[in-house]
Design a protein around this ligand. Structure first.
Ligand code: SAH
Length: 334
């Protein structure tokens, strides 16, 4: 049964609605996805960016950011470390790097696919359809491009010179080309309230996204929103639970940014409907330059991995074995 806008707003705002909402979302997660938690490894290979996202610490206006682009050989080494560590998905993420040659990235995708039995997911922003086609042909199966907000006016205030229509065009092209598509939103944007969040949930319900990444805004130093209050954990958890109800078969990450909000909030997100964890494999000397926001400094990839495996075990869940492909359109998990 689909959710109405009024119902969503009530579930977001009624202080008493939390426990039942959590239970309903957790039940759907268990029914559709079982107890497996899929780990996805993320490699942030470039922080060059032409985009204007006002909340993001590496947007094009951030003069103080030291920019980097990893070499092909270093990206392939990192992919090998990811595979050696037992992961089945490599996410290649970057800013919207104007100097990135589509053929260069296609070559890297092809090499990773040829050497390893992993799923390749891209998160490199808005590009023409022909470029998405090139990368799909090279073997990338997934693409993560968050709509960020379903509210067009809010989107365009937060992304000067960018257009919501083009964001939607990109998502449409990605669906057409047969990618498993990830979208999502940010909770805590300036000018966003329950009504705008409800529209995000309705968008998750209306579009067959394979993955939906809901994450809190972490005000980033040097941006116009540096001093904004952080959203409360409860509003993020409720949005994740509503995303689960709106799109029961979609994969939902317990967002990395939650760690910056509350050290153990990622565990709670797994109890509010989430079934995916992302873990950073960016080499430390460049990872500290990929500051879309100030991260929780809790240590290395290894310690993060140990902590997350511990969380999964404590919850009585297991680490997903297969590639954890999307199945929202096909209807059957692998
Ligand atoms: N250039 C790529 C990758 C962007 S970074 C793209 O455009 O898709 C990945 C995500 O980080 C963004 O989609 C956004 O939702 C999130 N993000 C950026 N700045 C953030 C901040 N300050 N707090 C929380 N999330 C942020």
């Amino acid at each position: 049964m689909s959710l109405s806008r009024g119902e969503i707003i009530e579930l977001l705002t009624d202080p008493a609605a939390g426990p039942a909402l959590r239970e309903r979302a957790d039940g759907l997660r268990r029914e559709l996805h079982g107890d497996a938690v899929h780990f996805r490894a993320i490699l942030e290979f470039s922080n060059h960016c032409r985009a204007s996202c006002l909340y993001c610490g590496i947007n094009c206006r951030m003069a103080g950011v030291e920019r980097y682009r990893m070499e092909r050989a270093d990206i392939l080494d990192a992919a090998e470390r990811i595979v050696d560590a037992g992961f089945n998905t490599v996410i290649l993420q970057s800013g919207e790097d104007r100097a990135l040659k589509p053929e260069w990235l296609a070559g890297i995708i092809g090499d990773i696919k040829q050497r390893h039995d992993v799923a390749v997911s891209l998160s490199v922003g808005e590009w023409p359809r022909s470029v998405y086609e090139l990368w799909r042909g090279a073997g990338a199966e997934r693409y993560l491009l968050k709509l960020e907000t379903a509210d067009e006016a809010l989107y365009e205030r937060l992304h000067p010179g960018m257009s919501h229509r083009n964001r939607r065009r990109c998502l449409g092209d990605l669906f057409d080309l047969g990618y498993q598509v990830g979208s999502g939103n940010i909770v805590g944007l300036p000018g966003q309230g329950p009504a705008e969040l409800a529209d995000d949930i309705l968008d998750f319900q209306a579009n067959p996204y394979d993955m939906i990444a809901v994450g809190p805004l972490i005000p980033a130093a040097g941006t116009p929103y540096a001093d904004l209050p952080r959203p409360c954990e409860d509003s993020v958890l409720r949005t994740i639970a509503l995303a689960r109800i709106a799109a029961p078969s979609a994969h939902l990450p317990s967002p990395t940014a939650l760690c910056a909000l509350e050290p153990d909030a990622r565990r709670r997100a797994l109890e509010w409907g989430a079934n995916v964890l992302m873990i950073g494999f960016t080499p430390p000397k460049v990872a500290r330059k990929y500051r879309i926001y100030q991260r929780a400094e809790c240590g290395s990839t290894q310690s993060c991995l140990e902590c997350l495996r511990g969380v999964v075990a404590e919850l009585g869940r297991s680490v997903g074995r297969g590639k954890g492909h999307g199945f929202r359109r096909s209807g059957t998990p692998e």
